[in-house]
Ligand binder design. Structure first.
Ligand code: GLU
Length: 551
């Protein structure tokens, strides 16, 4: 047994040989597609950038009949935020993004390559750390100062630059006897990579989105296992990706700069290198015009919970993200208006290489389209679900008036050019409140969006009540309005009015506006004929009476 092996045994007398794990987690022989993963650290509530990257990873696996894994990277206990992983589980669940393999916090596990929570895999990491020590590619470090590892590493780097690296780190070349002395003293140790970097070497790797990248090779003895026995992301993600059979590492482009470190560790372990797909980060262009990363600090829409609170349909958000991911989505959607977004298959080559700009207006447009195609029942169910969580009074209201609400949502739907005024469920209370007496309470004429001075309003409206019949077909309904208007000096046709404006007070459209304002308070509403039919004579009368109080 050589010196390195003796040291490895001394440090880790009881762990399994690393080959045990290489044999235990079998190669995925039957999977032809990409094996990808989403590996969140629970350090904050789910950011749209994480979701974006997760969604790319998910689609790449789905589009190639591969496997999509969710793994919890929870070894950085200091940065952990309570409840963050629950939010990730909840968000993915609500969006219907179900990983093929995962583990939940309450112990549900699916897949043969688990555990899928890193702190449950410490033995595995120790086995591989032991292996690296046994072949002289890693070493135990007893420096008290390694708690301030940043300083040591920086210092070491400076030495490299001064070409005076060799004598720097006392722990790098400890003999078995020296290591034993530390251990017998009860000292704790970290495991550090014995880098072969010299500050001059370069490394080249291919990123499937960005192309070939050449960077400085690693030259730091990075920490592989901390003195508390817990390895950082740098080490564990490599072991996990290998054992879980990941083919393509999909992650944010902020990881490009640490890829040389990862490559040195991968090479030291004798693993094949993974394919890399570093996605661009979603950006914003704020008022000052300087493009920056979208951030939860400044942009409420960066937190995925924003979309639930505001009641965006999940399809709207997913389709918007597909727009950001690939410039070909929009055309595909135009050519396939009826298909689900799930039918849009894209490959790595279709992913944008430049940071996409987040634009709420565009999201809202997409959402308006999607909602305009829903049936009234679908709208009802969606609003109800949203209201149950975020708007109690509307929840009760909708629940107690289901038929009425569905008829209300059906106005201007199911027609050739459906109305496109809803993009989020939270706008429903404001848009539709005048349909409900409970929420309809004008208190002065100011609350009526009245465009002109209708002197004859009361007489005209009173007479209208006598001729209104909710069973009238639309033509009959409109003709009655024209005839009535004519009696009060309104032109029957707009054309007629335009030819001779002096002869009339207004035209038939103005009569409709008057009726519309008197029953809803607004000049802009969905189809008046349908609204009046839904309201019925009694309710129209009450609304007119309310209106008379103010004119
Ligand atoms: N745990 C890392 C993070 O949340 C994941 C990086 C990766 O996907 O490899 O940023």
């Amino acid at each position: 047994m050589n010196e390195y092996q003796k040291i490895a045994d001394l440090l880790y007398p009881n762990v399994k040989d690393y080959t045990f794990y290489l044999n235990k987690y079998k190669k995925r022989e039957n999977v032809k597609g990409e094996v990808t993963r989403y590996a969140p650290s629970p350090t904050g509530y789910m950011h749209i950038g994480n979701f974006f990257q997760m969604f790319i990873s998910y689609n790449l696996a789905k589009n190639t009949n591969g496997v999509f894994i969710r793994r919890l990277e929870d070894t950085d206990r200091k940065r952990e935020k309570e409840g963050a992983f629950e939010v990730i589980e909840m968000v993915m669940d609500k969006f219907g993004i179900y990983p093929d393999e995962y583990e939940t916090l309450n112990g549900e596990i699916k897949g043969y390559y688990g555990p899928y929570i890193q702190t449950e895999r410490l033995d595995i990491y120790h086995s591989f750390a032991k292996y690296l020590v046994s072949i002289g590619k890693a070493f135990p470090c007893f420096c008290k100062a390694f708690e301030n590892k940043e300083e040591i590493l920086k210092d070491r780097e400076t030495k490299f630059l001064d070409n005076d690296a060799t004598e720097y780190d006392a722990c790098r070349n400890l003999s078995f006897d020296e290591v034993k002395k530390h251990i017998d003293n009860g000292e704790k140790f970290a495991i550090r990579l014995k880098t072969s970097g010299d500050g001059i070497k370069r490394v080249t790797f291919t990123d499937l989105i960005k192309g070939e990248i050449t960077a400085n090779a690693n030259a730091k003895d990075v920490i592989l296992v901390k003195s508390d026995g817990i390895p950082p992301y740098t080490f564990c993600h490599i072991i996990d990706d290998k054992l879980m059979g990941v083919t393509t590492v999909v992650r944010g482009e902020e990881y490009i700069s640490s890829t040389p470190v990862h490559l040195e560790i991968i090479d030291a372990l004798g693993f094949d290198r993974f394919k890399y797909c570093h996605n661009p980060l979603i950006c914003k262009i704020p008022e000052n015009g300087n493009k920056r990363k979208i951030s939860k600090r400044y942009d409420p829409e960066a937190d995925m919970r924003y979309y639930f609170e505001n009641g965006y349909p999940i399809e709207s958000v997913l389709e918007y993200l597909l727009n950001l991911i690939s410039s070909s989505f929009e055309e595909w959607r135009r050519n396939n208006p009826e298909l689900s977004w799930k039918e849009f298959k894209f490959g790595i080559n279709d992913i944008t290489a430049v940071s996409p700009i987040f634009d709420l207006v565009k999201l809202n447009d997409i959402s308006k389209n999607i909602i305009s195609k829903m049936t009234a029942e679908e709208v009802f169910n969606n609003v109800l679900k949203w209201a149950k969580e975020y708007n109690n009074s509307w929840y009760e209201l909708l629940l107690n008036n289901k038929d009425y609400a569905i008829k209300m949502f059906n106005i201007d739907r199911n027609i050739e050019k459906p109305r496109k005024d809803i993009y989020k469920w939270s706008s429903i209370p404001e848009l539709y409140k005048y349909f409900y007496d409970e929420f309809y309470n004008p208190s002065s004429i100011e609350d009526y969006d009245l465009p002109n001075n209708y002197k004859c309003a009361k007489e005209l409206l009173n007479e209208y009540l006598t001729i209104f019949d909710e069973n009238d077909a639309k033509d009959t309904w409109f003709n009655k309005i024209k005839e009535l208007g004519a009696k009060y000096g309104f032109a029957k046709e707009v054309k007629e009015f335009k030819k001779n404006k002096e002869a009339y007070i207004g035209h038939c459209g103005d009569v409709c506006t008057l009726i519309r304002v008197a029953v809803t308070g607004r000049t802009q509403t969905p189809d008046l004929y349908e609204i009046l039919k839904l309201f019925g004579k009694e309710k129209i009368k009450n609304r007119f009476n309310k209106f008379y109080e103010f004119i």
